[in-house]
Design a binder for this molecule. Structure first.
Ligand code: NAD
Ligand code: 6OD
Length: 492
């Protein structure tokens, strides 16, 4: 299974000040497809995290801080070239760590890793700063203009669901804006961040600019980073409860924070939608990556006049999903990330059943009669019949599951969609243009897709309201977060 996986059977090391360093504590990196150990990972202790921070500061004061914008952007394009040059290794590493399909890794995750570097290298060169001419009593005036400076040492803490995509989504703008970074990938998915360290090295990124520390959150590399006095900013993607813990940990140091957190996203399916398109889009938004995308739909609201037909059509889609080995060309869905996460997803399935849900399809574990029975697979699942207060309708599951509820009026649909503590994304399915604008404008979320899902333009604002996040990234929003403007006022 792991034959072509880079560093299979070896130790994945930390990358600090341009050197790969091991540590006294190793933990296993598990393949969720069959439970096998892919390799071991060197957990960074406090000393290694401190070395990373000191190396980063040195690089900022040295070659990276002195480099011109043009030179920096050339290097970022070289990093993108490096990812593309070692494309197959990145794909194999991401598949082994997550169990995601070959199709998804090669069409979404790894291409976006490279695209993030190219996009922000180009965007930072097009960035302008503010300039104001100010009247003064002597009539000669003053000129105000802002110059952007990096924040400094930025800790980038990433989750396991789209490991390279989400890490580089933050690394690329942070580096483009001139910062030095310390990446902390999820303990579940350490491989592509390690390959990225090799690419950074080969591309000639000065030592200390990109540092990598492996480990966990609590009392491990994650906390050591967020509590470090010389870390200037923390940019984090993960669970809302972890965001809250980081907020507390960083309070004394008054660090800049950007949080992309959980979601409990709704799809609103109106009677005037293109029915087949609406079913396809909803199936994609519920089941992509085994439902492990923060933007995935977990609550579907369907107009009562098409409810039964829609539930039946989505059931057919769910049952047609091919669950299997990542390398099989026709595999649509792999396992969830770990046995621990599978237990969590299954406990939500059970709670739905205990609360009286109708199981339209799924609800359990698929049976394979081969090595996959040792993996972390769950069935794509659809429930109906629960009240809006049911646990599975209220809380984020992060698995291949949705609950479908009928509605009668547009107002009711909007109220149902907004009745959540989260506010990340929503999908509106209608062919009525006026309704599309009207409904989209009333969603309390950071991102609304109309007749689409996960259609991305990296220049657009991205983030969530309420428990789903703090701040926006994407385009100038990222560049602004990773920069500190200094205003210069010149009396003329
Ligand atoms: P998680 O919060 O458990 O872990 C994310 C990262 O934080 C990991 O690297 C982990 O080691 C680290 N971490 C954990 N505790 C920490 C602490 N106390 N201090 C510092 N670091 C700590 O999240 P996960 O399980 O890896 O990812 C799934 C979650 O992420 C879901 O809730 C999902 O919705 C969310 N997510 C959100 C977005 C978004 O853009 N809004 C994107 C992807 C995932
Ligand atoms: O596409 C992106 O830029 C992005 N941040 C996606 C987040 C997905 C959540 O799992």
């Amino acid at each position: 299974m792991n034959n072509n996986v880079p560093h299979a059977g070896a130790v994945l090391k930390n990358y600090v000040g341009g050197e790969f360093i091991s540590s006294n504590t190793l933990f296993n990196n598990i393949n969720p497809v069959d439970g096998s150990v892919i390799n071991q990972v060197a957990e960074a202790d406090k000393h290694i995290v401190d070395l990373a921070v000191q190396s980063a500061k040195k690089a900022l004061a040295g070659p990276w801080g002195k480099m011109s914008l043009d030179e920096r952007c050339v290097l970022l394009h070289k990093v993108a070239d490096g990812i593309e040059g070692r494309f197959d290794e990145f794909v194999a590493a991401e598949m082994a760590d997550t169990g995601k399909s070959f199709f998804q890794a090669r069409t979404i995750d790894i291409p976006r890793g490279a695209a993030n570097f190219r996009a922000f290298a180009d965007m930072v060169k097009a960035q302008s700063t503010e300039c104001f001419h100010t009247d003064t009593p002597d009539g000669k005036g003053a000129l105000n203009y802002a110059v952007n400076k990096p924040l400094g040492v930025v800790a980038v803490i990433a989750p396991w669901n789209l490991p390279l995509l989400l890490l580089t989504w933050k690394l690329a703008p942070a580096m483009a804006a001139g910062n030095v970074v310390i990446a902390k990938p999820s303990e579940e998915t350490p491989a592509t961040a390690t390959l990225l360290a090799e690419v950074m090295h080969e591309a000639g990124i000065p030592h200390g600019v990109y540092n990598l520390v492996h480990g966990f959150g609590h009392q491990s590399a994650g906390e050591f980073l967020t509590q470090h006095k010389d870390v200037d900013a923390v940019t984090f993607t993960g669970e809302s409860s972890t965001g809250s813990a980081i907020q507390k940990a960083t309070a004394d140091g008054v660090k800049s924070l950007s949080f992309e957190l959980g979601g409990k996203n709704a799809a609103l399916v109106f009677e005037d939608c293109d029915f087949d398109e609406a079913v396809n889009t909803t199936a994609r938004s519920v089941f992509t990556n085994g439902g492990q995308v923060c933007l995935c739909t977990e609550r579907v609201y369907v107009h009562r006049s098409i409810f039964d037909k829609f539930v039946e059509a989505l059931k057919q889609k769910a049952q047609a999903i091919k669950i299997g080995w990542p390398l099989d060309e026709d595999t649509d869905m792999g396992p969830v990330i770990s046995h621990k996460h599978r237990d969590k997803v299954l406990s939500y399935y059970q709670s739905a059943i205990n609360e009286g849900a109708t199981v339209i399809t799924g609800g359990g574990i698929p049976k394979f009669d081969d090595g996959r029975d040792q993996g972390a697979f769950v069935e794509p699942t659809i429930f109906t019949g629960l009240s809006e207060n049911a646990k599975i309708v209220k809380q984020e599951v992060f698995g291949p599951v949705c609950h479908i509820t009928p509605f009668d009026t547009e107002e009711e649909a909007i109220a149902l969609a907004n009745d959540t503590h989260y506010g990340l994304a929503a999908t509106v399915l209608t062919d009525n243009l006026k309704r599309a604008h009207r409904v989209a404008g009333q969603m309390h979320v950071g991102i609304v897709w109309v007749n689409a899902w996960y259609l991305r333009d990296l220049r657009t604002p991205f983030g969530g309201m309420k428990l789903s996040g703090v701040g926006r990234e994407g385009g100038v929003h990222s560049l602004n977060f990773y920069s500190e403007p200094t205003n210069i006022c010149i009396k003329l």
